[in-house]
Ligand binder design. Structure first.
Ligand SMILES: *[C@@H]1O[C@H](CO)[C@@H](O)[C@H](O)[C@H]1NC(C)=O
Length: 211
């Protein structure tokens, strides 16, 4: 009676000790991504540079229609976050710039306004209530996982947002691209949204869609 209990306890201790041996799982992006992330790089080949990422120090290029650029430090770019359930990104918004309505299917998001003045907002999933607020430098806003959200610059200077995520690979679906930036037949878009086909074709020209 006593002995099996002791055995069970020692098994539990040894299995938790084993789990804690895996301090990290630096991504090996040469292998395919899976639901739990990338496979681990051989720890003997891991260096400090796997845990450091410099690209967020540079403003992203905002010379585009949205006046918006983003640099992501997700597992594919920043292998050290693989398996840790966290990641970070930097978004730059020129004057008048916008982060189009989008969702991250796999993560909640926290934004921190590092420069500028923006409006941040999201739409709740059940009641479709819109929550939005003007955010100034130093303000933080949270967007729950999977909800549609947006930001736009309302200031007279460029804005910079630092965004952190509760996933090493949050995913991204931009609503306009899903409707107008692909091969979704225009008649199907009209059928499924009630947006008239002429408008759909106009928006497809803007977002690079076909059909
Ligand atoms: C920014 O992007 C535009 C449009 O793609 C390009 O013409 C321009 O050279 C880029 N600027 C820099 C500094 O990379």
């Amino acid at each position: 009676m006593f002995l099996p209990l002791l055995f069970t306890i020692s098994l539990l201790i040894s299995s938790s000790a084993h789990a804690s041996l895996l301090d990290f799982c630096v991504a090996d992006p040469s292998l395919p991504d899976g639901p739990s992330g990338y496979s681990c790089k051989n720890p003997a080949q891991v260096t400090v540079d796997d845990f450091v990422y410099h690209a967020l120090s540079i403003p992203a290029n905002t010379s585009n229609l949205q006046k918006f650029g983003v640099t992501t430090a997700f597992a594919p770019q920043f292998p050290g976050v693989n398996g840790l359930g966290i990641s970070i990104a930097r978004a730059d918004l020129g004057v008048g710039g916008v982060v189009l309505l989008h969702t991250h299917p796999s993560a909640s998001e926290l934004i921190y306004v590092a420069e500028g003045t923006i409006v941040g907002g999201f739409i709740s999933g059940s009641a479709n209530t819109v929550y939005y607020k003007t955010l100034h430098k130093g303000d933080v806003m949270v967007f729950a996982q999977g909800l549609m959200h947006f930001q736009f610059n309302i200031g007279e200077t460029p804005a910079t947002i630092i965004a952190s995520f509760g996933s090493a690979n949050p995913g991204l679906q931009i609503t306009a691209s899903a409707l107008f930036g692909n091969n979704f037949p225009s008649s199907f878009v009209e059928k499924t949204t009630f947006i008239d086909e002429a408008e759909v074709k106009k928006l497809k020209a803007v977002f690079g869609g076909t059909g």
